[in-house]
Design a protein around this ligand. Structure first.
Ligand code: AVJ
Ligand code: FE
Length: 438
Protein backbone atom coordinates (compact mmCIF):
# COMPACT_ATOMS: atom_id res chain seq x y z
CA UNK A 1 0.00 0.00 0.00
CA UNK A 2 3.01 2.31 0.53
CA UNK A 3 4.09 1.86 -3.05
CA UNK A 4 2.54 4.01 -5.78
CA UNK A 5 2.60 2.16 -9.12
CA UNK A 6 3.40 4.85 -11.72
CA UNK A 7 1.25 3.36 -14.47
CA UNK A 8 -1.77 2.94 -12.25
CA UNK A 9 -1.25 6.35 -10.74
CA UNK A 10 -1.16 8.05 -14.15
CA UNK A 11 -4.42 6.45 -15.22
CA UNK A 12 -5.98 7.44 -11.91
CA UNK A 13 -4.80 11.03 -12.42
CA UNK A 14 -6.11 11.17 -15.98
CA UNK A 15 -9.50 9.80 -14.90
CA UNK A 16 -9.81 12.11 -11.90
CA UNK A 17 -8.78 15.19 -13.90
CA UNK A 18 -11.39 14.25 -16.50
CA UNK A 19 -14.09 13.74 -13.87
CA UNK A 20 -13.38 17.12 -12.24
CA UNK A 21 -13.44 18.85 -15.63
CA UNK A 22 -16.75 17.27 -16.56
CA UNK A 23 -18.13 18.68 -13.33
CA UNK A 24 -16.69 22.15 -14.01
CA UNK A 25 -18.27 22.25 -17.47
CA UNK A 26 -21.55 21.04 -15.99
CA UNK A 27 -21.53 24.16 -13.79
CA UNK A 28 -20.49 26.60 -16.51
CA UNK A 29 -20.44 26.25 -20.30
CA UNK A 30 -22.84 23.27 -20.39
CA UNK A 31 -25.64 25.15 -18.61
CA UNK A 32 -25.16 28.93 -18.89
CA UNK A 33 -24.87 31.36 -21.75
CA UNK A 34 -22.10 33.90 -22.19
CA UNK A 35 -23.93 36.68 -20.33
CA UNK A 36 -24.54 34.48 -17.29
CA UNK A 37 -20.94 33.26 -17.29
CA UNK A 38 -19.41 36.74 -17.24
CA UNK A 39 -22.00 38.29 -14.89
CA UNK A 40 -21.27 38.94 -11.25
CA UNK A 41 -24.10 37.17 -9.44
CA UNK A 42 -22.90 38.45 -6.06
CA UNK A 43 -20.10 40.72 -4.89
CA UNK A 44 -19.03 37.82 -2.68
CA UNK A 45 -18.27 35.64 -5.66
CA UNK A 46 -16.27 35.67 -8.88
CA UNK A 47 -17.91 35.58 -12.29
CA UNK A 48 -18.10 31.87 -13.14
CA UNK A 49 -15.83 32.38 -16.14
CA UNK A 50 -13.12 33.53 -13.71
CA UNK A 51 -13.27 30.25 -11.77
CA UNK A 52 -13.14 28.32 -15.03
CA UNK A 53 -9.98 29.99 -16.33
CA UNK A 54 -8.47 30.05 -12.81
CA UNK A 55 -8.61 26.26 -12.43
CA UNK A 56 -6.83 25.95 -15.80
CA UNK A 57 -4.24 28.55 -14.85
CA UNK A 58 -3.58 26.80 -11.51
CA UNK A 59 -3.22 23.52 -13.40
CA UNK A 60 -0.74 25.16 -15.78
CA UNK A 61 1.29 26.65 -12.90
CA UNK A 62 1.55 23.41 -10.95
CA UNK A 63 1.35 20.55 -13.43
CA UNK A 64 3.02 22.08 -16.48
CA UNK A 65 5.47 24.65 -15.13
CA UNK A 66 6.34 23.27 -11.68
CA UNK A 67 5.97 19.50 -12.19
CA UNK A 68 6.92 19.09 -15.87
CA UNK A 69 9.25 22.09 -16.35
CA UNK A 70 7.27 23.42 -19.31
CA UNK A 71 7.52 27.14 -20.17
CA UNK A 72 4.57 29.44 -19.38
CA UNK A 73 1.90 29.40 -22.10
CA UNK A 74 0.35 32.80 -21.42
CA UNK A 75 2.31 34.51 -18.63
CA UNK A 76 0.41 37.76 -19.28
CA UNK A 77 -2.81 36.29 -17.88
CA UNK A 78 -1.32 34.94 -14.63
CA UNK A 79 -2.06 38.06 -12.64
CA UNK A 80 -5.73 38.10 -13.74
CA UNK A 81 -6.24 34.70 -12.18
CA UNK A 82 -4.16 35.23 -9.08
CA UNK A 83 -6.71 35.21 -6.26
CA UNK A 84 -4.49 37.47 -4.14
CA UNK A 85 -4.00 40.22 -6.68
CA UNK A 86 -7.69 40.84 -7.23
CA UNK A 87 -10.47 40.39 -4.66
CA UNK A 88 -13.61 38.66 -5.92
CA UNK A 89 -15.65 41.87 -6.06
CA UNK A 90 -13.13 43.37 -8.52
CA UNK A 91 -12.87 40.46 -10.92
CA UNK A 92 -15.74 41.41 -13.27
CA UNK A 93 -13.87 44.62 -14.18
CA UNK A 94 -10.72 42.76 -15.30
CA UNK A 95 -9.96 42.01 -18.95
CA UNK A 96 -10.78 38.34 -18.39
CA UNK A 97 -10.70 35.70 -21.10
CA UNK A 98 -14.15 35.26 -22.66
CA UNK A 99 -15.90 31.94 -22.06
CA UNK A 100 -14.72 30.67 -25.46
CA UNK A 101 -11.13 31.83 -24.85
CA UNK A 102 -11.16 30.36 -21.36
CA UNK A 103 -12.27 27.01 -22.71
CA UNK A 104 -9.65 27.10 -25.44
CA UNK A 105 -6.97 27.86 -22.86
CA UNK A 106 -7.93 25.26 -20.28
CA UNK A 107 -8.45 22.58 -22.96
CA UNK A 108 -4.92 23.21 -24.25
CA UNK A 109 -3.46 23.11 -20.73
CA UNK A 110 -5.22 19.82 -20.15
CA UNK A 111 -3.94 18.28 -23.41
CA UNK A 112 -0.37 19.20 -22.44
CA UNK A 113 -0.84 17.81 -18.95
CA UNK A 114 -2.03 14.47 -20.31
CA UNK A 115 0.96 14.38 -22.70
CA UNK A 116 3.38 15.25 -19.90
CA UNK A 117 2.06 12.41 -17.73
CA UNK A 118 3.97 9.99 -19.96
CA UNK A 119 7.36 11.39 -19.04
CA UNK A 120 6.95 12.74 -15.51
CA UNK A 121 8.70 10.66 -12.82
CA UNK A 122 7.08 10.45 -9.41
CA UNK A 123 10.45 10.63 -7.69
CA UNK A 124 10.55 10.80 -3.90
CA UNK A 125 13.50 13.22 -4.17
CA UNK A 126 11.21 15.95 -5.55
CA UNK A 127 8.76 16.76 -2.75
CA UNK A 128 6.12 18.08 -5.16
CA UNK A 129 6.08 14.82 -7.08
CA UNK A 130 6.60 12.44 -4.18
CA UNK A 131 3.74 9.93 -4.41
CA UNK A 132 2.19 12.28 -6.98
CA UNK A 133 1.28 14.94 -4.42
CA UNK A 134 0.94 17.86 -6.84
CA UNK A 135 -1.57 15.99 -9.02
CA UNK A 136 -3.75 15.25 -6.01
CA UNK A 137 -3.54 18.91 -5.01
CA UNK A 138 -4.66 20.11 -8.46
CA UNK A 139 -7.54 17.60 -8.67
CA UNK A 140 -8.80 18.74 -5.27
CA UNK A 141 -8.38 22.40 -6.25
CA UNK A 142 -10.73 22.05 -9.22
CA UNK A 143 -13.39 20.36 -7.07
CA UNK A 144 -13.04 23.07 -4.42
CA UNK A 145 -13.77 25.67 -7.07
CA UNK A 146 -16.69 23.59 -8.33
CA UNK A 147 -18.20 23.80 -4.85
CA UNK A 148 -17.59 27.56 -4.85
CA UNK A 149 -19.29 27.75 -8.27
CA UNK A 150 -22.31 25.95 -6.79
CA UNK A 151 -22.50 28.64 -4.11
CA UNK A 152 -22.48 31.21 -6.94
CA UNK A 153 -25.31 29.31 -8.65
CA UNK A 154 -27.30 29.39 -5.43
CA UNK A 155 -26.88 33.20 -5.30
CA UNK A 156 -27.78 33.63 -8.96
CA UNK A 157 -31.23 34.99 -9.85
CA UNK A 158 -33.03 33.71 -12.93
CA UNK A 159 -34.38 30.53 -14.42
CA UNK A 160 -33.19 27.31 -12.76
CA UNK A 161 -30.55 25.43 -14.73
CA UNK A 162 -30.27 22.26 -12.67
CA UNK A 163 -33.10 19.76 -13.17
CA UNK A 164 -34.87 18.68 -9.99
CA UNK A 165 -32.95 15.73 -8.55
CA UNK A 166 -34.76 12.49 -7.98
CA UNK A 167 -32.51 10.48 -5.72
CA UNK A 168 -33.44 7.40 -3.72
CA UNK A 169 -33.99 8.46 -0.10
CA UNK A 170 -30.91 8.00 2.06
CA UNK A 171 -30.87 4.97 4.39
CA UNK A 172 -32.23 6.15 7.71
CA UNK A 173 -32.94 5.09 11.30
CA UNK A 174 -33.43 8.34 13.17
CA UNK A 175 -36.23 6.98 15.40
CA UNK A 176 -33.72 4.87 17.38
CA UNK A 177 -30.86 7.35 17.56
CA UNK A 178 -29.74 8.87 20.84
CA UNK A 179 -29.49 12.66 20.44
CA UNK A 180 -25.84 12.81 21.48
CA UNK A 181 -22.84 10.53 21.85
CA UNK A 182 -20.21 10.48 24.58
CA UNK A 183 -16.55 10.74 23.71
CA UNK A 184 -14.46 9.53 26.64
CA UNK A 185 -11.54 11.55 27.99
CA UNK A 186 -8.11 10.74 26.61
CA UNK A 187 -5.60 11.15 23.86
CA UNK A 188 -6.17 10.81 20.14
CA UNK A 189 -4.15 11.45 17.00
CA UNK A 190 -5.12 14.67 15.26
CA UNK A 191 -4.06 15.39 11.67
CA UNK A 192 -1.99 13.10 9.49
CA UNK A 193 1.59 12.64 8.35
CA UNK A 194 0.88 9.87 5.85
CA UNK A 195 -2.31 10.64 3.90
CA UNK A 196 -1.25 11.23 0.30
CA UNK A 197 -4.20 13.52 -0.38
CA UNK A 198 -3.61 15.62 2.73
CA UNK A 199 -2.78 19.29 2.20
CA UNK A 200 -0.25 21.15 4.31
CA UNK A 201 -2.67 22.36 7.00
CA UNK A 202 -3.74 18.76 7.83
CA UNK A 203 -0.15 17.87 8.76
CA UNK A 204 1.56 16.63 10.84
CA UNK A 205 -0.12 13.96 12.97
CA UNK A 206 0.12 14.92 16.63
CA UNK A 207 -1.32 13.67 19.90
CA UNK A 208 -4.04 15.72 21.57
CA UNK A 209 -5.62 14.95 24.92
CA UNK A 210 -9.22 16.04 25.52
CA UNK A 211 -11.53 15.87 28.53
CA UNK A 212 -14.72 13.85 28.02
CA UNK A 213 -17.45 15.58 26.03
CA UNK A 214 -20.85 14.97 24.46
CA UNK A 215 -21.43 15.79 20.82
CA UNK A 216 -24.68 15.72 18.83
CA UNK A 217 -25.21 12.48 16.94
CA UNK A 218 -26.27 14.49 13.87
CA UNK A 219 -26.12 18.03 12.53
CA UNK A 220 -28.82 20.44 13.72
CA UNK A 221 -31.88 20.21 11.44
CA UNK A 222 -34.14 22.91 10.00
CA UNK A 223 -36.97 22.16 12.44
CA UNK A 224 -34.68 22.55 15.46
CA UNK A 225 -33.23 25.75 14.05
CA UNK A 226 -36.73 27.04 13.35
CA UNK A 227 -37.59 26.60 17.03
CA UNK A 228 -34.73 28.99 17.81
CA UNK A 229 -36.04 31.48 15.25
CA UNK A 230 -39.62 31.18 16.59
CA UNK A 231 -38.40 31.59 20.18
CA UNK A 232 -37.01 35.01 19.30
CA UNK A 233 -33.39 33.91 19.24
CA UNK A 234 -32.51 36.67 16.79
CA UNK A 235 -33.83 39.31 19.22
CA UNK A 236 -32.03 38.18 22.35
CA UNK A 237 -28.66 39.89 22.60
CA UNK A 238 -27.60 37.65 25.51
CA UNK A 239 -27.39 34.67 23.15
CA UNK A 240 -24.93 36.29 20.78
CA UNK A 241 -21.21 36.80 20.73
CA UNK A 242 -20.70 40.61 20.88
CA UNK A 243 -19.37 40.68 17.31
CA UNK A 244 -22.23 38.38 16.31
CA UNK A 245 -24.79 40.77 17.78
CA UNK A 246 -23.21 43.58 15.80
CA UNK A 247 -23.51 41.46 12.68
CA UNK A 248 -27.12 40.61 13.52
CA UNK A 249 -28.06 44.28 14.00
CA UNK A 250 -26.13 45.63 11.02
CA UNK A 251 -27.37 42.93 8.65
CA UNK A 252 -30.98 42.77 9.88
CA UNK A 253 -30.93 38.99 9.37
CA UNK A 254 -33.56 36.98 11.22
CA UNK A 255 -33.24 33.52 9.62
CA UNK A 256 -30.73 31.50 7.60
CA UNK A 257 -29.93 32.67 4.08
CA UNK A 258 -32.51 31.64 1.47
CA UNK A 259 -35.30 31.07 4.00
CA UNK A 260 -38.45 32.84 2.81
CA UNK A 261 -41.39 33.52 5.13
CA UNK A 262 -44.72 32.27 3.86
CA UNK A 263 -47.45 33.21 6.37
CA UNK A 264 -47.09 30.85 9.30
CA UNK A 265 -44.43 28.75 7.67
CA UNK A 266 -41.14 28.96 5.81
CA UNK A 267 -40.03 28.13 2.29
CA UNK A 268 -36.52 28.05 0.97
CA UNK A 269 -35.12 29.24 -2.33
CA UNK A 270 -32.81 26.61 -3.77
CA UNK A 271 -31.10 27.01 -7.14
CA UNK A 272 -33.90 29.22 -8.44
CA UNK A 273 -36.88 27.27 -7.07
CA UNK A 274 -39.05 27.99 -4.05
CA UNK A 275 -39.82 24.86 -2.11
CA UNK A 276 -41.01 23.82 1.34
CA UNK A 277 -38.37 23.93 4.04
CA UNK A 278 -37.76 20.26 4.91
CA UNK A 279 -37.79 20.06 8.71
CA UNK A 280 -35.52 17.09 9.19
CA UNK A 281 -32.78 18.14 6.75
CA UNK A 282 -29.60 19.60 8.21
CA UNK A 283 -29.84 23.39 8.38
CA UNK A 284 -27.46 25.15 6.00
CA UNK A 285 -26.49 28.70 5.06
CA UNK A 286 -25.98 29.83 8.63
CA UNK A 287 -22.93 31.84 9.60
CA UNK A 288 -20.70 31.06 12.58
CA UNK A 289 -22.40 33.73 14.69
CA UNK A 290 -25.82 32.13 14.10
CA UNK A 291 -24.49 28.67 14.94
CA UNK A 292 -22.86 30.04 18.09
CA UNK A 293 -26.08 31.81 19.19
CA UNK A 294 -28.21 28.72 18.54
CA UNK A 295 -25.85 26.59 20.62
CA UNK A 296 -26.06 29.03 23.55
CA UNK A 297 -29.87 29.09 23.28
CA UNK A 298 -29.85 25.27 23.40
CA UNK A 299 -27.64 25.34 26.52
CA UNK A 300 -24.74 23.94 24.54
CA UNK A 301 -21.70 25.15 22.63
CA UNK A 302 -19.99 24.49 19.31
CA UNK A 303 -17.44 21.66 19.37
CA UNK A 304 -13.80 22.59 19.16
CA UNK A 305 -12.05 21.47 16.01
CA UNK A 306 -10.20 18.78 17.98
CA UNK A 307 -13.46 17.49 19.46
CA UNK A 308 -14.96 17.29 16.00
CA UNK A 309 -12.02 15.34 14.62
CA UNK A 310 -11.88 12.95 17.55
CA UNK A 311 -15.62 12.21 17.33
CA UNK A 312 -15.31 11.66 13.56
CA UNK A 313 -12.16 9.57 13.38
CA UNK A 314 -10.96 8.06 16.63
CA UNK A 315 -11.58 4.41 17.46
CA UNK A 316 -11.11 4.34 21.24
CA UNK A 317 -11.32 0.54 21.46
CA UNK A 318 -8.42 -0.12 19.09
CA UNK A 319 -6.64 3.18 19.62
CA UNK A 320 -6.50 3.91 15.90
CA UNK A 321 -7.54 6.77 13.67
CA UNK A 322 -9.82 6.32 10.66
CA UNK A 323 -9.47 8.20 7.40
CA UNK A 324 -13.27 8.25 7.12
CA UNK A 325 -15.77 7.89 9.98
CA UNK A 326 -16.74 4.40 8.73
CA UNK A 327 -13.21 3.10 8.11
CA UNK A 328 -10.17 3.64 5.94
CA UNK A 329 -11.73 2.81 2.59
CA UNK A 330 -13.67 5.35 0.54
CA UNK A 331 -17.43 5.02 1.05
CA UNK A 332 -20.29 4.79 -1.38
CA UNK A 333 -23.82 6.15 -1.67
CA UNK A 334 -24.77 4.41 1.59
CA UNK A 335 -22.11 6.17 3.67
CA UNK A 336 -22.51 9.89 3.15
CA UNK A 337 -24.21 12.58 1.08
CA UNK A 338 -21.25 13.81 -0.96
CA UNK A 339 -20.46 14.62 -4.57
CA UNK A 340 -23.34 16.85 -5.65
CA UNK A 341 -25.74 13.98 -6.28
CA UNK A 342 -28.77 15.53 -4.55
CA UNK A 343 -28.01 19.26 -4.48
CA UNK A 344 -29.25 19.46 -0.88
CA UNK A 345 -28.60 17.90 2.56
CA UNK A 346 -30.31 14.67 3.60
CA UNK A 347 -32.46 14.22 6.74
CA UNK A 348 -30.48 14.04 9.96
CA UNK A 349 -30.08 10.46 11.13
CA UNK A 350 -29.29 9.18 7.65
CA UNK A 351 -26.48 6.79 6.72
CA UNK A 352 -26.22 4.33 9.61
CA UNK A 353 -23.34 2.69 7.68
CA UNK A 354 -21.42 5.96 7.76
CA UNK A 355 -21.31 6.25 11.57
CA UNK A 356 -17.99 6.96 13.29
CA UNK A 357 -16.68 4.55 15.96
CA UNK A 358 -18.47 6.49 18.71
CA UNK A 359 -21.68 6.59 16.67
CA UNK A 360 -21.62 10.13 15.30
CA UNK A 361 -23.53 10.45 12.02
CA UNK A 362 -23.04 12.52 8.89
CA UNK A 363 -19.65 13.77 10.01
CA UNK A 364 -18.72 13.83 6.32
CA UNK A 365 -21.09 15.24 3.72
CA UNK A 366 -24.45 17.05 3.99
CA UNK A 367 -23.17 20.33 5.48
CA UNK A 368 -19.82 21.79 6.46
CA UNK A 369 -19.80 22.10 10.24
CA UNK A 370 -18.66 25.22 12.03
CA UNK A 371 -16.32 24.61 14.96
CA UNK A 372 -15.43 27.04 17.74
CA UNK A 373 -11.76 27.03 16.70
CA UNK A 374 -9.89 29.78 14.84
CA UNK A 375 -7.80 28.58 11.87
CA UNK A 376 -4.11 28.10 12.66
CA UNK A 377 -1.39 25.60 11.83
CA UNK A 378 -1.12 22.29 13.66
CA UNK A 379 1.99 22.08 15.90
CA UNK A 380 4.90 21.44 13.52
CA UNK A 381 3.07 22.91 10.50
CA UNK A 382 5.24 23.40 7.38
CA UNK A 383 4.09 25.38 4.34
CA UNK A 384 3.78 23.07 1.35
CA UNK A 385 3.89 23.94 -1.43
CA UNK A 386 2.76 27.58 -1.18
CA UNK A 387 1.89 30.02 1.63
CA UNK A 388 -1.32 31.23 0.01
CA UNK A 389 -3.06 27.87 0.27
CA UNK A 390 -3.52 28.18 4.00
CA UNK A 391 -0.75 29.86 6.01
CA UNK A 392 -1.73 33.39 5.05
CA UNK A 393 -5.16 32.76 6.63
CA UNK A 394 -3.84 31.66 10.03
CA UNK A 395 -4.80 33.89 12.95
CA UNK A 396 -8.05 34.95 14.58
CA UNK A 397 -10.06 36.04 11.56
CA UNK A 398 -11.24 32.68 10.23
CA UNK A 399 -13.17 29.84 11.88
CA UNK A 400 -12.54 26.21 11.00
CA UNK A 401 -15.24 24.18 9.24
CA UNK A 402 -15.10 20.40 9.01
CA UNK A 403 -16.56 17.46 7.19
CA UNK A 404 -17.49 18.70 3.71
CA UNK A 405 -20.99 19.20 2.33
CA UNK A 406 -23.32 17.53 -0.18
CA UNK A 407 -21.43 19.67 -2.75
CA UNK A 408 -17.97 18.36 -1.81
CA UNK A 409 -16.43 15.70 -3.98
CA UNK A 410 -15.37 12.52 -2.15
CA UNK A 411 -11.69 13.07 -3.13
CA UNK A 412 -11.71 16.38 -1.25
CA UNK A 413 -12.98 15.15 2.12
CA UNK A 414 -11.56 13.01 4.92
CA UNK A 415 -11.62 13.26 8.71
CA UNK A 416 -8.48 15.43 8.70
CA UNK A 417 -9.56 17.91 5.99
CA UNK A 418 -9.80 21.54 7.15
CA UNK A 419 -11.83 24.36 5.65
CA UNK A 420 -12.11 27.90 6.99
CA UNK A 421 -14.11 31.06 6.45
CA UNK A 422 -15.07 34.37 8.05
CA UNK A 423 -17.64 34.00 10.86
CA UNK A 424 -20.14 36.15 8.90
CA UNK A 425 -20.20 33.96 5.79
CA UNK A 426 -23.48 32.26 4.86
CA UNK A 427 -23.24 31.50 1.15
CA UNK A 428 -21.20 28.35 1.75
CA UNK A 429 -23.03 25.07 2.43
CA UNK A 430 -22.45 25.26 6.16
CA UNK A 431 -24.40 24.11 9.20
CA UNK A 432 -23.24 22.80 12.57
CA UNK A 433 -23.78 20.42 15.44
CA UNK A 434 -23.52 21.19 19.16
CA UNK A 435 -21.43 19.78 21.99
CA UNK A 436 -21.13 20.10 25.77
CA UNK A 437 -18.67 19.17 28.50
CA UNK A 438 -19.31 15.77 30.06
C1 AVJ B 1 -10.18 25.84 1.35
C2 AVJ B 1 -12.26 26.50 0.39
C3 AVJ B 1 -11.08 28.00 1.84
O1 AVJ B 1 -11.84 28.51 -1.78
O2 AVJ B 1 -10.60 29.87 -0.65
C4 AVJ B 1 -9.27 27.40 -3.79
C5 AVJ B 1 -9.80 26.58 -1.43
N1 AVJ B 1 -7.68 27.60 -2.35
N2 AVJ B 1 -8.21 27.96 -4.39
C6 AVJ B 1 -10.92 28.73 -0.99
C7 AVJ B 1 -8.94 27.18 -2.51
C8 AVJ B 1 -7.24 28.08 -3.52
C9 AVJ B 1 -10.16 27.58 -0.37
N3 AVJ B 1 -10.91 26.97 0.78
FE1 FE C 1 -8.11 28.59 -6.40
Amino acid sequence: DDHVDPGEFKSLVAAELERARGRSFGLTTDVLDEADLVAQHSRLMSPLVWDLAHVGNYEELWLLRAAAGIDPMRPEIDSLYDAFEHPRSERPTLPLLSPAEARGYIDLVRRKVLDSLESVRLSPDKPLLDAGFVYRMVIQHEHQHDETMLATHQLRRGEPVFPPTDQAPAPHDRQVLAPEVLVEAGEFVMGTSTDRWALDNERPAHTVSLPAFWIDTTPVCNAAYRAFVDAGGYDDERLWDPAGWQWRCASGKRAPAYWVRDGETWLRRRFGRLEPLVGDEAVQHVCWYEADAYARWAGRRLPTEAEWEKAASWDPVHGVKRRFPWGDEPGGPGHANLGQTRFHPTPVGSFPAGASPVGARQMLGDVWEWTSTAFTGHPGFCVFPYREYSEVFFGNDYKVLRGGSWASDPVTVRTTFRNWDYPIRRQIFAGFRCARDA
